[in-house]
Design a protein around this ligand. Sequence first.
Ligand code: PXG
Length: 461
Amino acid sequence: MTQNATQQLAGTEKWQNLDGHHLHPFTNPNDLKQHPARIIESANGVYLTDTEGNQYLDMMAGLWCVNMGYGQQDLIKAASAQIEQLPYYNVFFKTSHPPVAELSALLAEVTPAHMNHAFFTSSGSEANDTVLRMVWRYWDLMGKPGKRVVISRKNAYHGSTIAASSLGGMDEMHQQGGIIPDIVHVDQPDWFAKRCELGKDLDRAEFGRSVAKSIADKIEELGVDKVAAFIAEPIQGAGGVIVPPETYWPEVQKICDHYGILLVADEVICGFGRTGEWFGSDYFNIKPDLMPIAKGLSSGYLPIGGVMVSDRIADVLINKGGEFNHGYTYSGHPVCAAVAVANIKLMQRENIVQKVREETAPYLQKRFRELGEHPLVGEVRGVGMFGALELVEDKQAYRKFDKNRHVGIICRDYCFENNLVMRAVGDAMIISPPLVTQKADIDVFIERAWKSLEQTQKKIA
Ligand code: PXG
């Protein structure tokens, strides 16, 4: 259809026609031809509104990012003031600007005590590309250029650029783009999947230790002089909110310390309050060398990410390194940085992390577990403001549904019909709501989720 003809259409249909020119990420374009996209037009608090006037409770905070909710005036004003004052300038060639300086210092304040330097990017993917280059640079400067291999985990998500998708452990992505050398993957601490694989229960603590040990085994297999770093999300997000057993992270920290390899905690989802602590690393009490961040850094209002660098790495990069030949046009973009500053200050002023830890998350997790009484739900798990429901064919036997039945997608579609956004990862129904979600919103969520589970059960019967 020509632009002119499209302009004759009104509302939803008009946008859907124009959107026909848009190649969507992680979407089958043929499906969109049959079922054009929902057009989201506005949002406020924890609710989205589409062009048909439907209001959805957004239990995904956009894409795990709108931590402070929609319509926050502080963030809007910060963007508008900064775009007038200085819409762009770079931070190359010995220049800087107030928003990026303030943001760097604020990040040093809210991140773990041993992290005091930030490198900026526009996304989590670029942050992980930066991680890879920094890890390699660090070992070069340490006189150990042979240390190149980064150990990651199956089912990890670290982004979509070629380095980030290689670091990730998603087979479907590797099948389409290949994987760059020097990246290997070990098992993820997915207790539920393991029990389904075995068809029986399994000691959680023991499982956590044995999965951690696979990292040590891999280091031994490759030789420690070849291994540079281990990277992981404190809690895997896009892989299905995989909360590791309590024994896992202490063991991983010990292994990284023992072999002297760098620990990279990908905080793109876990960071900025999602676990009820500022960072997932605080929640699990680990001490990463590098920490990629994005998403909740600006509550998703503008694209900004970065890498937090620990003192021991910064010391080498700064004092031994000379010029690091790396950077992006939009590294530390002033408007994005100003919004991130406003976002962090708002989080501090509202004491949101403490409020999540002490009030909202306990309520969410308690009510979320009620959904476990539904016959379709084989496991409910979650920490802080995220969680997952595993939909199964038989909970006692730990038997999953056949993948081709797409039960998760059926349930997700009912959620949309019931004005609720939940994401399906296979047959796991995922939530990651804004941190500002209120108890009353959680009650609405539980009611709509239960209804969607009922409809799903009827549909697949
Ligand atoms: N690390 C982690 C842990 C992530 O979750 C990235 C890095 C990459 O960030 P950018 O900003 O480049 O997207 C992510 C992103 C999903 C979904 O469907 C998850 C992400 C992105 C898009 C979709 O769950 N996470």
